[in-house]
Structures are given as C-alpha cells and as structure tokens.
Design a protein around this ligand. Structure first.
Ligand SMILES: O=C(O)c1ccc(O)c(O)c1
Ligand SMILES: [Mg+2]
Length: 597
C-alpha cells in the first residue's frame, strides 16, 4: 500500500522533513500547516520540491473549529477555508483534514454540524478538494469516530468523508470493529499512531507520547485490518506527535517510521516480507578496546582462555564453555574506547535472517571484511552495534571460527557456561526504535519496559529474548543526552551454575567485584528467608539477589573498563528477569567508582 507521513512527525525545517521522508522511501506526506507557515518556500516551491523528491502531498492539515457554530461565525470560517483551498491549489494538495471543533463557540448540535460541513464540502468541491472530517479524542462535542461518521453520513456530500486516526479511536477505547460499517469510499484518509499505555489526559498523551506503530501498546494492526475490510485504498499515513522525535535527527526517524509501517502491513496481513529467522544463541560478543591490558586481566581472572587469533586482523578469541568473547584491538578501538561493538547471533539460516533485516531497512554491512575472510551476513542495529548472523561449527554453513587460528592455551577454568544476556545502552532518542528493531528484524519477543532509578536520573530498560532464553538482550536508555559513563555502560553477563564459587575464583585470581553496601544485605535478610551462610557469602562478594515466580536470580559485577563491565549470573531456569530491582544499587555503586582504562 502507499505510505505517507505527516511532517509533524519529523524534526527540522520543512525541507529537511521532506528530504528525510523521501530518502527513507515514503510515497507521500501530510503537510502540517505550521511547517508550511514557518517555511521560506512558497507553496509552488514546496510543490516542486515534493515532485522532485517523488513525494505526493496526500493531505493538508489541519483546519480547526469549523463546524457547529453560530451563523456569523460560520461565514467567517468559510472565508478562512476559501483561503486555504487556494493555498492547496498552489500546493497541489487535494484533501484537507478538518478536525472536530474544540471551540467554546461550538454547539452540541449534530444537524448544524452536518449542514455546515455540507456547505464547506460544496465550496471544496468547486475547488476540486475533498474534506476529511476527523474526531479529535478531546473534541468539544464530537470525540469519537462513529460520531464523526454519523455527521458525515448525514451531511451526505461526495466531497465530504471521514479521516480515521488510530490514536483517537484506540485512546478513547472505542470499539474499532464499528469501522467496518463505514463504506471504504467514505474513508478519505487513515492516520496511524501508537502510544504507550498511560493513565493521563488524552490531549497531553496525544501531543507528547504518540509513537510509531509497534512501539506502544495500542492494537494498531487490528485497527488497520478493520479499515482494510471496508475497501479503503488510500495511503497508510503516520501522524506522530512526540517530544523525542521532535528533537531526534529526521533521517533515522523517517527510516524507523517506515520500518514500523512495513511491520504493520505484515501484522495486518497485507504484505509478506521474508519471515523472521529467530536466533538460537549468542555465538560471540565482540569488544573493541584500545586498552587491552585491563580487559585481558578481567577475562583471565574470570577463567577465560585465549584460544585463537584471527588470521588477518588484530582480534583474539577468548573462550570458556559456550561463552566466546572477541577482543578487537584494531583501528576502531583507538577511536571510540572500550565498547561492545558487535554481537554474533547463532542463526538457523544466516542468509534468510539478513534478507529479513534488509527488507525491514536495516543497514546491511559488507559480507566480507578482508580478502580470505569467511563471508558473513551482518547488519547494523540502530545504536550502531554490528549484528552478525552466523554459525559456529555447524555442518553445511561457513563458520565464523574458520577465520581464526588456534593458539596454544591453558584450559579455561572459571565455571562460566555461556552468555546469559547482553545489555546494550541505546542513544536516548532511539529507545523505542531499538525495541521495534530487535523485535521485528530479529523476531525476538519484547518484555514490558521497566524504569530504574539511577542516582542522577531515571533509566528505562526493556528486554527482548527468544523463546528458550538462549538469546536475551536488555536494551537500556540513559537519563539524558549527556549521560555519564555509568549511564552509558554496556555489559556482557555470563551464566554460571555456582555463582559463589565463580565470584570467589575471580576474586582470588585478582579480579575486583563491585562492592555493594551493607544496607542492601540488611534489606535482603528482611525480604527473603535466605540461609545465613548464603547471605554471608553474598555480602562478602557483592552478590545481588532477586526472585520471581520462576525462581531466583543471583548476580554480581566486575569493575568497568571504558564503557563495558561484565556480570556473572546464576539464573534459575524459570526466572525471566535481569535483576532490575537491584539496578539502582548497582548504578549507585558504579557512580562511586571511576572506570579503568
Ligand atoms: O493535536 C492536534 O491538534 C491534532 C491535529 C490534527 C490531527 O490529525 C490530530 O490527530 C491531532
Ligand atoms: Mg490525526
């Protein structure tokens, strides 16, 4: 279907918005009046710019406070509308949005609303324009889509139809099934937005928290299904008012937006991109570091062994059980400091996973980095983390390990089994985008997002995982664009069957665990009836404890190197969490310590 986006959804000047929409691949735009008023371009120039960019102008919006007013007021409104119709002719836009009145002058009189909208439609018709009447959820007398439709039906003019907006419909809790009672030809326009579920005033909710479909908690795909069953064949158009997107760069936001529409069309059953190929494990986590010594010391104290070296690049493979860490000391490392730069995802079908990613607009990375390297499918996540779809020593598929040459090593010793989870901190303006990306591109399921108090702000965290928990990624976002190191830190968590033993071994090998205040253990003793010996060991080692219906979660942390720290985890098989309850204590402890390296 044709895709469109309202200019209000993107940041920047009108020109920047149009360019971003076109580059992302949208077919058209809704021109938001304020964007035009603030633009130095004439309407003719905007029209030409859109034509150059291959964008149609699908809607001009909004006209406000038109209908159900006293006669003299309505005459003034008609005059105002005539001006806008002439402007639309210059723009080459043929559909105008009229939102239900919020004016104190508006009367609760449907017959009056219908007759005045009919007169407006007659004038519009003469100008070759169609009027799409939309119920704002906070409209003074008309606030539901079915009410707006009854008025349109009563007005009965070919140039008058309705505009449906998923936010207004779903935020009001209207039954969307009734949409199917509207003839598709009378639905002149369809605007789409999602929103996180919040208990707040609907106007504030709409103006500040709308997000792209799939990023919030509304069933936008279900609504689209109802609309399509009417025979509606106009564009799917995004209209998102959002405080974060207003500030974020328009280019990436537009790509994010189009991805949401691609996923929405898949969910609504109108398109079938290559199916998701859900990863079945973490093949490796790659750290880049300019400062190899502290990282090596950490890995050695944890019992990792350096088992192999890349044939052509300064990359070492460190291994212990099924946990593999690549340590990259190449040029990128000197640029950005120690960070988690890439993740190898064990994939049942690496090429299929890459096709899915590409269809959903993920930037595809070169398959072969250097002559002689194994060809690997890889894409970039929104935060720049490289995701490799790969196979580890599986028959019939090239293994990424073939690029590595074994080196002599002592056996690994630390009792670590595999990667329990990865925690990737997202740029502050890309949190919702990241969750949608990991869910849709990788086929992972997202848990609810949780708020975590940091001493200097609030962090949000949302985990995505596959069914058996062999891939778990915690996406976090810092409190502000300028979050300090603790707020921006990433980590790798390794699973062990015996955390107390693993932590002791690490400490005895010279590793430093993040100390946890005694107050925490007093509280833990009050909360859970833990055996004294366990509590003593936890206190001694800085082990944190959490429990849900599925069992216990014990974890502790190493010190931080650059942006990265490591976590040791002992997870009961049924536990689904990540120790969010303990995160404030961990963050406070980390703020008190400067990272090494
Ligand atoms: O918030 C508003 O005023 C507004 C304007 C136009 C729309 O289409 C809408 O959904 C909301
Ligand atoms: Mg709208």
């Amino acid at each position: 279907m044709r895709t469109s986006i309202a200019t209000v959804s993107l940041s920047g000047s009108l020109t920047e918005k149009l360019t971003a929409a076109a580059r992302a691949g949208f077919d058209g735009v809704e021109i938001f009046e304020n964007d035009l008023l603030a633009s130095p371009l004439t309407p003719e120039e905007v029209r030409a710019r859109c034509a150059d960019l291959g964008l149609s102008i699908d809607l001009y919006q909004p006209m406000r406070d038109i209908e159900a007013v006293p006669a003299d007021e309505f005459e003034r409104n008609l005059r105002r509308a005539e001006h806008k119709f002439r402007l639309m002719e210059r723009l080459g836009a043929d559909t105008v949005l009229v939102c239900s009145s919020v004016s104190p002058l508006a009367l609760d009189d449907d017959a009056l609303a219908a007759s005045q909208l009919r007169r407006l439609a007659e004038r519009a018709h003469d100008a070759g324009i169609r009027v799409a009447y939309e119920a704002l959820a906070w409209g003074r007398h008309v606030s539901t889509y079915d009410h707006a439709w009854r008025i349109v039906e009563a007005a009965d003019h070919p140039a008058l139809g309705t505009c449906l907006d998923s936010f207004h419909i779903l935020a009001r809790g209207s039954d969307p099934k009734g949409v199917e009672d509207i003839p598709g030809g009378k639905i002149f326009f369809l605007q789409l937005a999602d929103a996180p579920l919040m208990a707040m005033d609907v106007l504030q909710w709409s103006r500040h928290y709308r997000c792209f479909p799939g990023q919030g908690g509304l069933d936008v795909a279900g609504l689209v299904g109802h609309v399509l069953r009417t025979g509606y064949d106009g564009p799917l158009s995004l209209e998102v008012f959002n405080d974060v997107f207003r500030q974020a760069e328009a280019g990436p936001t537009a790509v994010d937006a189009l991805r949401s529409l691609l996923v929405l069309q898949e969910d609504a059953g109108v398109s079938a991109p290559p199916a998701p190929v859900v990863p079945t494990g973490i093949a490796f986590a790659e750290l880049v570091t300019p400062d190899v010594e502290p990282v090596t010391e950490l890995l050695e104290a944890l019992g990792f062994a350096r088992t192999a070296r890349h044939r052509s690049k300064p990359v070492d493979l460190w291994q212990q059980g099924g946990a593999r860490v690549l340590l990259n000391t190449g040029p990128a490392a000197r640029r950005d400091g120690t960070r988690l730069a890439a993740v190898g995802l064990e994939s049942p079908d690496p090429a299929g996973a890459a096709q899915r990613a590409e269809a959903l607009l993920a930037p595809v990375l070169p398959r072969r980095r250097a002559p002689g390297d194994v060809e690997l499918d890889a894409v970039a996540a929104p935060d720049g983390t490289e995701l490799f779809f790969c196979a580890t020593d599986r028959p019939g598929l090239p293994s990424w390990t073939s690029d590595f040459e074994a080196v002599e090593h002592r056996p690994p010793t630390g009792g670590l089994l595999h990667v329990d989870h990865l925690a990737l901190t997202q740029p502050w303006h890309q949190f919702d985008e990241a969750a949608l990306f990991h869910r849709s591109v990788l086929g992972l399921a997202a848990q609810e997002s949780v708020d975590v108090a940091d001493p200097y702000g609030l962090l949000r965290s949302r985990a995505v995982a596959n069914d058996d928990g062999s891939v778990r990624i915690a996406l976090g976002v810092g409190p502000a664009p300028t979050a300090d190191e603790a707020g921006r830190a990433q980590h790798i968590a390794f699973a062990t069957g015996d955390l107390v033993a693993a932590a002791r071994r690490f400490r005895d090998a010279g590793g430093r665990l993040l100390p946890v205040p005694a107050n925490y253990y007093d509280d833990l003793a009050a909360k859970y009836a833990l055996p004294d010996a366990d509590l003593e060991a936890y206190r001694e080692l800085g082990i944190l404890y959490d429990r849900d219906a599925g069992g216990a979660f014990r974890h502790c942390y190493t010190e931080t190197v650059g942006r990265v720290f490591l976590e040791l985890v002992q997870r009961d098989p049924g536990h689904r969490g990540y120790g969010a309850q303990n995160a404030p204590v961990r963050l406070a402890a980390q703020h008190g310590r400067r990272p090494v390296g």
